[in-house]
Design a binder for this molecule. Structure first.
Ligand SMILES: Nc1nc2c(ncn2[C@@H]2O[C@H](COP(=O)(O)OP(=O)(O)OP(=O)(O)O)[C@@H](O)[C@H]2O)c(=O)[nH]1
Length: 479
């Protein structure tokens, strides 16, 4: 739960404030739920339990008996003031608590076994958690409402009604409540008309459900919702799914979506339709969670491929990508592409004398120093082992040579630290520079890299700690 955009109301140290906020939220949503009961169309929803379960999941430190008790007390106090207090009220509110605690505890237990990015997101898990929470809560609630001596049919009708309400509200609301973040206005992608097509698809399919009717019409929005899951971020998909499911339930209960033309729904059909809508709502979420996971994986994999793990600078493939992006900048007619191949001298001795860990630290520090020296003048990558490359554009070979020498001297004078030791290293450089003619930047880079390799060999052969390149008359410039 490290995401900084999450809405934070609670804090592990502020016990009293937490208790007050829980009391206020419970009272507000109890009032809200009771007010919905007065409007026929909205009486099918009881959002309190899903909201509180989400509060407890998002703030695991709140999962203590004392906060559960505050929550329960708020419900009972509300009842005492607005209706009447009695054992029925005590049991019905207890059934609300059963849903809240079971769902929160199960989701938290599951999230502990998952990596953080996946916490409570597994839509299947949410589905089964809401199912278990709704069954237990509805059982207790129905027994509490009818009493032990009531007739079986009355109990069953109350149970299905209660269960349908808890389950559909839970499955529709919980994903959004668990995922909601403050929008990051600054980082929102640019708007393009094509982005609203999936949403339009949902609206059109709900209209089609009303126009065509019949049992199948409940599933009409599914393809458009899955389209939303592919195009929109997870919280937006969760919100669109919640609104679509909620609207479908309202339209259905008012026979605006007519399963049987000219015949209102009987209770059992309403129960089945609500379950159907909740089941449908979970599908786009499964897709959305999968798309999210795939995108993370692609990002992670490309990060791994494009950056060298040890030094954090570009790998060879990262350098190629960066060169592709830089092509327009480097492709200037009066500029030359300059490629320097750098190889640390006698690096094996560092490993042999101070250990492999020291070798790693020196490689990372060397890469940092090299990147600092090159700055915005070029691109730096590790090709492997103790071999690095710098690609830059210069006006002439001489300018490239001067730059390579500046790097070489800077490394020679840099003190590298390992534990209490100070180490000095030198580097040999092979350099090649040419103007881009009829080749692509990547082809030019590759041909110059092969040239630079030859001159690196020359630098090594001639005693190391020097830069070699082809001068105009193909002789070796030696320092
Ligand atoms: N610590 C560490 N060592 C590495 C890494 N990659 C390669 N090496 C070591 O780098 C050393 C390279 O040795 P050589 O190729 O013989 O070259 P050198 O000792 O630098 O000598 P010259 O290049 O000829 O000056 C080997 O000992 C490799 O094990 C790495 O990631 N970490």
């Amino acid at each position: 739960m490290s995401n900084q955009n999450y809405i934070k109301l609670f804090s592990p140290e502020k016990y009293l404030l937490n208790a007050v906020i829980i009391f206020v939220i419970t009272t507000l949503f109890y009032f809200f739920g009771a007010s919905l009961r007065l409007i026929d169309e909205l009486s099918l929803f009881w959002p309190l339990n899903a909201v509180l379960a989400a509060v407890f999941v998002r703030n695991p430190f709140l999962n203590r008996s004392v906060y559960y008790f505050v929550c329960y007390s708020a419900m009972v106090v509300y009842d005492a003031f607005t209706t009447h207090w009695g054992w029925q009220s005590a049991i019905i509110n207890l059934s609300n608590m059963v849903f809240i605690i079971v769902v929160a505890r199960l989701l938290l237990r599951y999230s502990r076994t998952q990596d953080e990015s996946n916490w409570a997101l597994n839509a299947f898990n949410l589905f089964y958690t809401c199912l278990i929470g709704s069954i237990l809560s509805s059982l207790l609630g129905s027994i509490g409402s009818t009493g032990p001596s009531s007739d079986y049919r009355q109990f069953l009708s109350l149970f299905t009604d209660w269960f349908g309400e808890q389950f559909s509200t839970g499955v529709l609301m919980m994903p959004f409540l668990l995922m909601a973040t403050w929008p990051q206005w600054k980082t929102l992608p640019d708007f393009h008309i094509s982005k609203i097509y999936p949403l339009l698809g949902v609206i059109v399919s709900v209209i089609a459900s009303v126009a065509i009717g019949g049992a199948g019409s409940l599933a009409f929005p599914l393809p458009a919702l899955i389209w939303c899951a592919i195009r929109y971020p997870l919280p937006v998909t969760a919100l669109v799914t919640l609104l679509t499911g909620g609207i479908e339930i309202i339209l259905l209960s008012n026979s605006i979506i007519a399963i049987h033309p000219n015949k209102p729904l009987v209770v059992s059909e309403m129960f089945s339709a609500r379950l159907g809508i909740a089941t449908m709502a979970i599908c786009p979420l499964i897709v959305s969670v999968s798309v999210d996971a795939i995108n993370r994986l692609i990002k992670q994999t490309s990060l791994r491929a494009d950056y060298d793990y040890l030094t954090g600078i570009y790998s060879r493939s990262g350098l190629y990508e960066a060169l592709k992006n830089k092509a327009p900048l480097m492709h200037q007619p009066d500029q030359k592409i300059c490629v320097m191949l750098l190889d640390i001298d006698y690096f094996k001795r560092i490993n042999d004398n101070y250990g492999h860990e020291c070798g790693d630290i020196v490689l990372a520090a060397f890469a940092r120093r090299l990147s600092q020296t090159v700055g915005n003048e070029g691109l730096v990558a590790r090709l492997g082992g103790e071999e690095f490359v710098v690609a830059c554009s210069t006006r002439s070979e001489e300018e490239g040579y001067a730059f390579a020498e500046q790097i070489r001297k800077d490394i020679e004078l840099t003190a590298f630290r390992y534990q209490q030791q100070t180490l000095f290293i030198t580097v040999s450089i092979g350099l090649a520079a040419t103007s881009i003619e009829n080749q692509t930047l990547l082809d030019t880079f590759n041909s110059q890299l092969a040239q630079a390799d030859k001159y690196l060999y020359l630098s090594k052969r001639n005693g190391r700690n020097q830069t070699s390149m082809a001068s105009l008359n193909e002789c070796v410039i030696k320092v």
